[in-house]
Design a protein around this ligand. Structure first.
Ligand SMILES: [Zn+2]
Ligand SMILES: [Zn+2]
Length: 555
């Protein structure tokens, strides 16, 4: 039970040292609330992996203590892990704002997560969950209805910003809750956890509204079709596509599964405003004159299967890019996606389109705060302790420096890694706790967590140097080798019996098994002998290390 000496424990299971799979655990005695539960997309070294989610071993061991999942906003790096994590926590409610609940509703239906109630929690709401007084505040971001969460705990108030920027002219007119932040600051904030994505960027992040101006500037002289690719979740951006299109009396077609879905949900919930007559079905695109049409689609990250990539490759059912088209790629590449984006833009130019992308015209602004906004957040909340989150290590370090500039003591800034708890004690002191498990959990098709580092290492070896299999047949009675070894190889050298590497390797295997040393009765020993001889021989011959599989068949 919690008593006078019980610390509040803050444990990131994902989201620090990386951009993705945000998950922050707040634990006091026998009560836990979790803020966000995101996923991360794999990097190019993670062969065959679909998604990465946080390791929730720590939570599973304390299953009965988990009271709630609190969601700041519905971006995948904050909610994408829920379908894989919730089945472990039946009955635990998910608290989220209207748009987040709308978008999550699809996940609940698709993944049959009916065991977890979706509960309304709007910006400005106050509720009590166990020992935690939860107090939310509206914040600007690249998705409407985003919020930060303050937790009033027995050791003091903790503020988590979620992803944010301070946009003074937001497209939906809903300003960040400066008054609540100032009030929290006046009451006293023991610890702030704040978004570090753009901590390296000086100045202010421009308002989302500037993108609408860029859209109009680009569209005005254009006589052909305009195609805008952006994030399906960036509802404000989609609103600006609609607004700019209507300025030039153009109709809008929305294409791409996730964008069509979000468009419908956001419209139903009142987050998008447009006359119904402005929308044209994707199958009716051909009936609208080119100069009167805007197409909004997904694929601004160059995702190979997305709308834009397929249009560029002339592989889309409804739209093929043609000369006279103007394409606006309204996003900047997420680190790791640069290659895909560059390839897609190349293909768009090849198909004859004019293309505006992140380095040309300001057709995109970030949804994250730059340095001056981060300092404003620090100045409003005036925390005693500061934990930079949502960023790679160098961004956390830069954000930590900003905190010190605004008056946080250097020793009160905690640059931490996933699984590293910070404990705040009732006397107001803070310390680092013992690390808890917080690695990657890989999702590969239907399997969650079965593929680990070992499997990935094998996949990397296979991808880099291929595989090499040697089949040797042995007489069960005498132990003598029968016939010549057979070699099967993929991804290494051409699978041709006359290939010099295969010929020399066959000879080497024969040599190895003809001089078996003293006792080679054991099959396992024979196998390891073949493996060693072949690996060494192949490395000498080719300076490569394919995976070598010796197979011994007894007849
Ligand atoms: Zn995020
Ligand atoms: Zn976000």
């Amino acid at each position: 039970m919690a008593d006078d000496s019980t610390p509040l424990r803050i444990i990131p299971l994902g989201g620090v040292g990386e951009i993705g799979k945000n998950m922050y655990v707040f634990e006091y005695g026998e009560d836990i609330v979790v803020i966000d539960c995101g996923l991360m997309f794999p990097d190019e070294e993670m062969f065959g992996i679909d998604l990465v989610i946080p390791d929730i071993t720590y939570l599973k061991e304390r299953r009965a203590n988990v009271r709630a999942f609190l969601i700041t906003h519905a971006h995948e790096d904050h909610v994408g892990g829920l379908p894989y994590v919730l089945p472990e926590f039946p009955g635990v409610p998910i608290y989220a704002s209207t748009l987040a609940r709308g978008l999550l509703g699809n996940k609940v239906r698709e993944h049959k997560l009916h065991n977890n109630p979706l509960v309304a929690m709007e910006p400005g709401d106050e509720l009590q969950i166990g020992p935690f007084g939860v107090f939310t505040f509206r914040i600007g971001h690249s998705i409407p209805d985003a919020m930060g969460i303050a937790l009033r705990t027995p050791v003091g108030t903790i503020v988590t910003t979620g992803d944010f920027k301070f946009d003074h002219t937001p497209v939906d007119g809903k300003l960040s809750d400066f008054a609540i932040l100032a009030r929290l600051g006046a009451e006293g904030v023991i610890c702030l956890l704040s978004d570090s994505t753009r901590a390296e960027n000086p100045g202010y992040t421009p308002s989302e509204r500037t993108v609408g101006d860029a859209f109009r500037e680009i569209m005005e002289p254009v006589e052909g079709r305009v195609i805008v690719a952006t994030f399906a979740s960036n509802i404000a951006r989609i609103q600006q596509v609609l607004d700019a299109a209507s300025t030039f009396d153009r109709k809008v077609a929305v294409i791409g599964r996730s964008m069509e879905q979000n468009f419908r949900i956001a419209t139903d919930l009142g987050f998008l405003q447009y006359p119904a007559s402005q929308i044209v079905g994707k199958d009716k695109i051909g009936e609208v004159p080119a100069g009167k049409l805007v197409i909004a689609t997904t694929g601004a990250q160059g995702e190979p299967m997305s709308g834009l990539a397929r249009m560029a490759n002339r592989d889309h059912r409804f739209v093929e890019i043609q000369p006279g088209d103007t394409v606006i790629v309204s996003a900047s590449p997420i680190p790791g996606n640069e290659e895909y984006v560059a390839r897609t833009i190349d293909n768009l130019f090849k198909a004859g389109a004019e293309v505006f992308y992140h380095t040309i015209k300001r057709a995109h602004v970030s949804g994250h705060a730059s340095q001056e906004e981060l300092k404003l957040m620090l100045g409003l909340t005036k925390p005693r302790y500061f934990i930079p989150i949502h960023g790679e290590f160098r961004m956390q370090v830069q954000h930590g420096r900003l905190a010190v500039e605004t008056g946080v003591l250097p020793e009160n800034v905690f640059i931490i890694e996933n699984g590293m708890p910070i404990e705040i004690l009732p006397d107001g002191s803070a310390r680092r706790g013992q690390p808890v498990p917080a690695g990657y959990v890989f999702v590969d098709g239907l399997s969650v967590g079965d593929v680990g580092e070992v499997v990935l290492r094998d996949r990397r070896a296979l991808a880099n140097d291929g595989m090499f299999m040697i089949v040797v047949t042995v007489d069960k009675q005498t132990g003598n080798v029968i016939g010549r070894p057979e070699i099967i190889t993929r991804g290494f050298v051409p699978a041709n019996e006359q290939d010099p590497v295969i010929l020399s390797t066959t000879a080497r295997v024969v040599e190895a098994i003809e001089n078996p040393g003293d006792h080679i009765s054991e099959i396992a020993l024979l196998k390891s002998q073949i493996k060693d001889a072949v690996s060494r021989h192949l490395y000498e011959q080719t300076k490569r290390r394919p995976m070598v599989f010796p197979v011994v068949v007894e007849v």
